[in-house]
Design a protein around this ligand. Structure first.
Ligand code: 3HC
Ligand code: NAI
Length: 681
């Protein structure tokens, strides 16, 4: 059956697209739409047209799998032109998400109606692109430059209410009566003498009405979010063209930029990330019909840094949480932090007061371990100490109902050992959140030797429900993320003893695109995590810093000295501490260039990634990319460590590792010698 079908009702032609899962605008859809619209032009029985989609959403955009391949006609621009040129009103009837090319189709229509739950947006910038089928030219003409810049340049969708407010929508219709309400709307507007044609609107894009600083101001005020990305600048230029050039010339400019970006390295990398994130949720080696466990109540043990954030994920998703601590003071502190975090979000307008209260009402704080008994899932986030974890798991096993999942948020320790403390190892799993747990997107799901397929599948589904990007890791010290981080940390420590300054190391990484370098990160987290004053022996830079009370940002000094605005400055004291340690060791320092710093920090991580892959700790190389982008701020526009390694050339990496006396992972060497890559392109 064709993906685009039509039927006539009361003089309105319904053009329905059914192309699961998300009605992407692939060639068959484009051809079907073009044929349906062209055919309607001369049919006297048709007074208006409604474009509608089946399934979960309106068109979610161009078909990304077609990108980078030879173009197949009709082009999406042609389809938009055919819609806009029709001598009868066309109405887009939107549900789900009208994204990218989908919104471009909707903008080419004369009118747009949507259900209250619909979202509309241009996410192209997140794929390293700009809207390529007239979106940058039509949107400003319809909603004005400032709103268009925000939607196109940042890529966040707007909900139906906001879309109506900015006149992107003409009407919000009933949630369950989209088709009939759209037909009624079509019959209403069919009576109008003329219909708005978006590309011909001029009232929102008069050059004299627009402050010429608007464009630079947009880039400046979003500089942090847009750092390192090429596409936002092109988005801004294209929107400016909508003001300064006639429509056909603006379209040409948009097209040029679209093709340039599409063929550039950033968009290729970001498209890899898009598919990698979706592939990461697939579990190798389990049957499709594996059942899952309903999770209706969650328990969290430990209300410290991680426990509170973990609890918030479930509360926000509407799942009740019982939060357990040993002492009242810690419990009260934990609950207060949760409330403070929610209120901070509400003060930025991202939550309503009712939503905050609804979440808080789902929270049951308690000092009674037994209150966890009827939870479907308990996640422990107590101190990182194996003896304590073993004690906790034995107690959980004895207390929590059978059939419930017992999870650990441990950063490094063995899930299998913890599972061994229970009589139900198949129900034990690692759920490793990243700090701050309510913000960071990544969830490493750690599959123990005996973890059942049902438990694993339940947790992957749960991750999706709480808005996390999940990747599966096997059991090893530090799992995927922290195991690779350890390599980087070791090199960073070695480099500052050999002669690089901490700020040189940080600068090299931030220039690459990380939000922070390792020493800035340590100062932020606190240098005293895991440090013990009684056993400290002045043997490492960190030990000496802690001994001198330089614990990081919280004490105003760590590797850096901090001013009253918490801005870090290179510290002479830190340099002196390093120099003393080096002198004691009898070694000499030398000057170390940025290139050496760069290679020594990043290549050993790739090497460790190869070991992780070879040992089967990661299911696939792209999962490693997902972990580092979502958990540690690796710049997504480079594709993640393994994709990036391919682009550097594996042979170059092997050569550098050998020169720096790092033992090369056999898989990396083998791939390099066979001229293979980690990621299949
Ligand atoms: N093209 C091809 N495949 C797509 C796709 C697209 N635009 N959007 C989603 N898919 C695929 C996914 O890869 C996934 O496949 P899988 O099941 O084999 O892994 C499947 O559809 C379902 O996707 P999700 O798991 O993401 O489903 P959700 O329900 O969670 O989310 C969504 C739905 C919000 C539509 C989300 O898929 C999404 O954000 N899609 C991308 C939207 C986008 O970026 N559109 C712009 C494309 S660029 C463009 O239009 C250029 C134009 O200007 C010329
Ligand atoms: P934390 O020290 O902030 O919190 C631990 C909490 O557990 C404390 O409030 C303590 O009172 C409580 N606790 C200890 N024993 C308990 C018991 N028997 N019953 C109830 N509560 C108990 O520690 P944090 O940082 O939250 O770490 C917790 C776990 O999460 C550790 O395993 C850690 O490795 C892991 N983790 C930490 C991350 C971080 O960035 N802090 C990141 C990811 C994982």
């Amino acid at each position: 059956m064709s993906v685009v079908t039509t039927h006539l009702t009361e003089g309105v032609l319904i053009v329905r697209t059914d192309n699961p899962p998300v009605n992407a605008l692939g060639q068959a859809v484009r051809a079907g739409l073009e044929a349906a619209i062209s055919g309607a032009a001369s049919d006297k029985n048709i007074e208006a047209i409604v474009l509608i989609c089946s399934g979960r959403t309106f068109f979610a955009g161009a078909d990304i799998t077609e990108f980078g391949k030879p173009a197949q006609s009709p082009d999406l621009n042609d389809v938009c032109a055919v819609i806009e040129a029709l001598n009868k009103p066309v109405i887009a009837a939107i549900h789900g998400t009208a994204l990218g090319g989908g919104l471009e189709i909707a903008l080419s229509c004369n009118y747009r109606v949507a259900v209250p739950s619909a979202k509309l947006g241009f996410p192209e910038v997140k794929l390293g692109l700009l809207p390529g089928s007239g979106g940058t030219q039509r949107l400003p003409r319809l909603i004005g430059v400032p709103e268009a810049l925000t939607m196109i340049g940042l890529g966040e969708p707007v909900d139906a209410r906001k879309a109506l407010e900015i006149v992107l929508l003409d009407r919000i219709v009933g949630e369950d009566s989209l088709e009939s309400d759209a037909v009624a709307f079509a019959r209403e507007v069919a009576l109008n003498k003329s219909h708005p044609v978006t590309s011909q609107l001029t009232h929102r894009t008069q050059r004299d009405d627009i402050d010429s600083n608007t464009y630079d101001q947009f880039l400046k005020s979003n500089a942090r979010k847009l750092r390192g990305l090429e596409a936002p600048q092109a988005c801004v230029e294209a929107v400016r063209a909508a003001v300064e050039l006639p429509f056909p010339e603006g379209l040409r400019k948009e097209r040029e930029q679209f093709i340039r970006l599409m063929n550039g390295p950033q968009s290729k990398a970001l498209r890899h990330v898009f598919f990698a994130e979706r592939t990461a949720s697939r579990i190798e080696g389990i049957p499709d019909d594996t059942p899952t466990i309903p999770i209706e109540k969650v328990g969290v043990l430990g209300a410290g840094t991680m426990g509170g954030g973990i609890a918030m994920n479930f509360l926000t998703a509407g799942i009740p949480v019982t939060l357990i601590e040993r002492e009242k003071a810690s419990l009260d502190r934990g609950v207060a932090t949760i409330r403070k975090n929610y209120e901070a979000t509400a003060s930025k307008g991202r939550l309503t007061t009712e939503q905050v209260e609804r979440a808080m009402n789902l929270l049951t704080p308690s000092l009674q371990f037994d209150d966890l008994a009827d939870c479907d899932l308990v996640i422990e986030a107590v101190f990182e100490n194996m003896d304590l974890k073993l004690e906790v798991f034995a107690r959980l096993d004895a207390t929590i109902k059978q059939g419930a999942i017992l999870a650990s948020n441990t950063s490094y320790l063995s899930i299998d050992e913890m599972a061994g403390a229970t009589a139900r190892p198949e129900y034990v799993i690692g759920l490793h959140f990243f700090s701050p747990a309510n913000v960071m997107k990544l969830l490493e799901v750690v599959r123990g030797a005996k973890t059942s397929a049902t438990v694993l599948k339940t947790c992957m589904g749960l991750a999706r429900m709480i808005g996390k990007v999940a990747a599966i890791s096997g059991v090893c010290y530090g799992f995927i993320g922290n195991r690779m981080l350890s390599q980087r940390s070791q090199q960073a420590q070695a480099l500052i003893l050999e002669g690089a300054k901490p700020w040189d190391v940080d600068r090299v990484l931030t220039r690459f695109g990380f939000p922070m370098g390792p020493f800035q990160m340590s100062d932020l987290a606190g240098l005293d995590i895991g440090w013990n004053a009684k056993t400290s022996k002045s043997s490492t830079v960190r030990e000496v810093l802690c001994e001198r009370g330089r614990l990081g940002q919280k004490t105003g000094s760590g590797y850096y000295d901090y001013d009253e605005n918490r801005k870090g400055h290179p510290s002479e004291e830190t340099e002196a501490i390093i120099a003393e340690l080096v002198a004691k060791s009898g070694r000499n320092q030398r000057s170390i260039g940025d290139e050496e710093i760069f290679e020594r920090l990043l290549y050993p991580m790739v090497n460790e990634g190869a070991k992780i892959l070879q040992e089967g700790i990661a299911q696939r190389a792209s999962d490693i990319d997902v972990v580092w982008i979502n958990g540690f701020g690796w710049p997504a526009y480079t594709g993640g460590p393994m994709y990036w390694a391919d682009s550097i050339g594996l042979a170059n990496i092997v050569r550098s590792l050998e020169a720096n006396s790092v033992e090369v992972a056999p898989l990396l060497r083998a791939k390099s010698e066979a001229a293979e890559s980690f990621i299949q392109k």
